[in-house]
Design a protein around this ligand. Structure first.
Ligand code: GDP
Ligand code: MG
Length: 739
């Protein structure tokens, strides 16, 4: 068995790394338009020509300088793990900018193969790139591919395997940075080589360049490795920098960048790239953007598109959602008729089926929502949303890059705050970052959506899409106002400038859309199947035990006897026969049944109130009722601390326990509408509380991790809960006064 070959995929964000990675390894993970959602690299395996190949998908970067987490991760991987081959994916439709990173791989001296991707897009734009010419000029293999269709991929891997098995020596490429710098570089090179300074990690020439570029990470590593040499190097650079600043008013970094671009331009001009059409013709993408990101039309179109997304999601998913409801209702009635009364049956119906069913019942809706978001994301429109929102974000003390975390967390409803919190890593300024971290949990994540759908469906059935839309806008408004508040108080500080590119519009593929939809839906289902099942059983137990004391049970038994005795023997027998499925009930019989049911209801209500959860809920009721929450709602809100998904299932359990007959057609929504404690105002107050109170436990842990201290995690739990309570209190009190 030959040893396994290691390959790494590197390139600019959106160059197609993940698409190629999926094509080769068959792995299923996110393919999207956004730089920076995933900072971790992904690994996969495949076999070609009897060779076991390990492939790593590195985060997208524009350079190899330690400016961002992505750059550090990629660079550390290349210098630390030293893969046998680096496959540099280059977007052929954007050659000049993409080759900037390539020059840095050449300078690092890593074994390199270029995958010239998106030649289809380039062709559409009238750009032709000559791979053979580029190969000749750069002196490394260049293979044209279309990652999305797989064209050229086999040849690419073949050439990459050739590189891994050849004994070519890859020495760092020496690009000229102009007289001033070249001279200094030579001096630095020799100091570094003689002292074997950092040579285990980087080639000497690369270290020298990084010193000139003032790369923080390399400077720190240098200080640690050999502070005397480091001192010497820093002194030399200090002198050049001063000199350059005085004579030309520039930093060495800028000169280096200029020369790299010069190097690229000279290559491209030597017949590598030709335009069939007039170069300054407007590309389709730019033409579309003229309209879609127009200052006036843009926001209007954006609101219309987002509103359309809601219409699509909610009206199209109505039918499948009702199917799921009937499915779980049917399962409940099967268990009801086939098992004897007792704790097992109660646990299966009230704990398992109602709990998990409440969550899984929304799967069709979530799938429609994710599908809609995937269309926006894959087509490139989501990036335009971020671009337009940036203007707004600045006024609230946030950064353009905050938009993505908000959208991921559920800014278009139905995301998750956990990846949203992690997506804040792309923010450089700590204060803007913490302000973003603390406010993304206000978005309507996938777990809150079902609650919104349930309550809006029950109380505002005539205007579902409108209310969903308004609650989404409310989430944004509150998040932005709170961010502004934080940035004016605990997180005071300057704003940092924003640069972001708009990827060209692309026609999404059905396969890509389905994969995205499924991945996200599956995450939701996994959560429902594991965490939620456990929690809903625990909550069921909390709501069932210790149960009513015997003395109380006797009182209810006595009541039943009294009622029974007030009816003649024949009516009682009629009822027994009816329960066994034989015979109709007379008017008297029905009356008896109703009276007995009322007693049963009273008893199970008393039992729930006496349970552990009921006691906590009741204990909180004097305060919570100021905002319209009864003790059952309190139980559900307590459960929501663990995971927001639990809220619905707990409400389901709490409100099914008060009734004896589990009627499949009688949904939780209908039960709530009938309940005297509930009305439209209560529904809004509860929704507002759920939207803004403490984030779920997993999110809180992530906040602690990302903010670097538990202080902010506790802050977010306490601050959000107090804020949410005051807000729903105001809604309920004012709403009640106005009627
Ligand atoms: P990454 O950021 O480098 O991982 O890039 P992705 O793999 O996520 O690709 C970004 C977008 O480009 C996705 O929408 C892909 O479907 C699309 N894409 C990737 N390769 C090609 C290609 O060769 N042709 C076309 N037309 N689209 C591509
Ligand atoms: Mg990617």
């Amino acid at each position: 068995m030959k040893k396994s070959v290691t390959m790494a995929l590197a390139g600019n964000p959106n160059a197609g790394k993940t698409t190629l990675f999926n094509e080769l390894t068959g792995a299923r993970q996110h393919v999207g338009n956004y730089p920076g959602i995933t900072v971790d690299y992904k690994e996969g395996h495949f076999t070609r020509k009897d060779q076991e190949i390990t492939l790593t998908d590195l985060p997208g970067t524009y350079s190899m300088t330690a400016y961002s987490v992505e750059e550090i991760v990629s660079r550390d991987f290349l210098t630390g793990r030293k893969p046998d081959v680096v496959i540099n994916i280059v977007d052929a439709s954007n050659l000049e900018r993409n080759l900037y990173l390539t020059t840095q791989f050449l300078e690092m001296g890593v074994p390199l193969v270029i995958a010239l991707n998106m030649i289809d897009v380039a062709k559409d734009r009238g750009i032709e790139v000559r791979a053979e010419k580029l190969e000749e000029l750069l002196g490394i293999p260049v293979v044209p591919i279309i990652a999305r269709s797989g064209a050229g991929v086999e040849e690419l891997i073949g050439r990459a395997l050739d590189v891994s098995s050849s004994d070519r020596i890859w020495s760092p490429k020496d690009i000229s940075y102009g007289e001033d710098l070249d001279e200094v570089l030579m001096e630095l090179d020799s100091i570094i080589s003689t002292a074997s300074f950092l040579t285990k990690t980087y080639p000497p020439h690369f270290t020298a360049i990084k010193y000139l570029e003032h790369d923080d990470q390399v400077l720190t590593q240098g200080q640690k490795a050999d502070s005397i040499v480091a001192q010497q190097l820093e002194q030399k650079i200090g002198t050049v920098s001063d000199h350059l600043l005085k004579t030309m008013d520039v930093y060495p970094e800028a000169i280096i960048a200029d020369h790299r671009y010069g190097f690229i331009k000279s290559i491209i001009r030597q017949g590598v790239q030709t335009h069939k059409f007039d170069t300054d013709r407007l590309y389709t993408s730019d033409k579309i953007d003229k309209v879609l990101t127009n200052r006036l039309i843009g926001p209007v179109v954006m609101l219309a598109i987002l509103f359309g997304l809601y219409q699509f999601t909610f009206s199209w998913s109505e039918l499948p959602v009702s199917w799921m409801g009937s499915l779980f209702g049917w399962m409940g009635s099967v268990v009801d008729t086939s098992l004897p009364d007792g704790p097992v049956k109660s646990m299966l119906i009230s704990g398992v089926i109602d709990g998990v069913g409440g969550v899984l019942g929304f799967v069709p809706l979530i799938m429609f929502m994710f599908f809609g978001i995937a269309v926006l994301e894959d087509s490139g429109y989501l990036a335009r949303v971020a671009f337009m929102m940036d203007r707004v974000f600045r006024t609230f003390g946030l950064h353009g890059s905050s938009v993505m975390p908000f959208i991921v967390s559920g800014g278009i409803a139905g995301g998750c705050a956990v990846p949203g919190v992690m997506a804040t890593r792309t923010l450089r300024s700590p204060k803007e970052r913490i302000a973003t971290l603390l406010t993304v949990p206000f978005m309507n994540c996938g777990a809150k959506v079902p609650v919104l759908v349930l309550l809006i469906g029950a109380f505002f059935a005539d205007h579902k899409a409108l209310y969903m839309f308004l609650f989404t806008m409310l989430a944004w408004l509150v998040a932005l106002l709170v961010a502004k508040f934080l940035r004016m108080t605990v997180l005071k500080g300057e704003a940092t400038p924003f640069v972001m590119e708009l990827p060209p519009y692309r026609f999404p593929t059905l396969r890509g859309l389905l994969i995205h939809t499924w991945e996200r839906t599956w995450q939701y289902i996994k959560k429902a199947g594991t965490v939620i099942l456990g929690i809903s059983i625990v909550l069921w137990a909390l709501m069932t035990y210790p149960g009513l004391p015997a003395s109380q049970q006797d009182i209810f038994a006595a009541k039943r006897t009294t009622v029974n005795q007030s009816y003649p023997e024949s009516i009682r027998e009629e009822l027994v026969a009816h329960k066994q499925g034989t015979g109709e009930l007379s008017e008297k019989g029905q009356q008896l049944q109703e009276e007995l049911t009322a007693i049963d209801q009273e008893e199970s209500g008393a039992g729930l109130r006496n349970s552990i959860a009921g006691r906590i809920g009741t204990f909180l009721e004097p305060v919570s009722s100021l905002a319209g929450f009864d003790w059952r709602t309190n139980i559900a809100l307590l459960g929501g601390f663990a995971a927001k998904e639990v809220i619905i299932s707990t409400l389901g359990t709490a409100y099914s326990m008060g009734e004896v007959e589990v009627d499949a057609s009688d949904s939780l929504g209908e039960r709530l509408v009938r309940d005297p404690h509930w009305n439209g105002i209560v529904a809004v107050a509860v929704l507002i509380f759920i939207m803004f109170y403490a984030p779920c436990f997993v999110t809180v842990i992530c906040i602690a991790k990302e903010a670097g201290s538990w202080k902010w995690a506790f802050f977010s739990m306490a601050f959000n809960t107090v804020f949410a309570f005051l807000a729903s209190l105001a809604v309920f009190q004012i709403g009640s006064i106005l009627g």
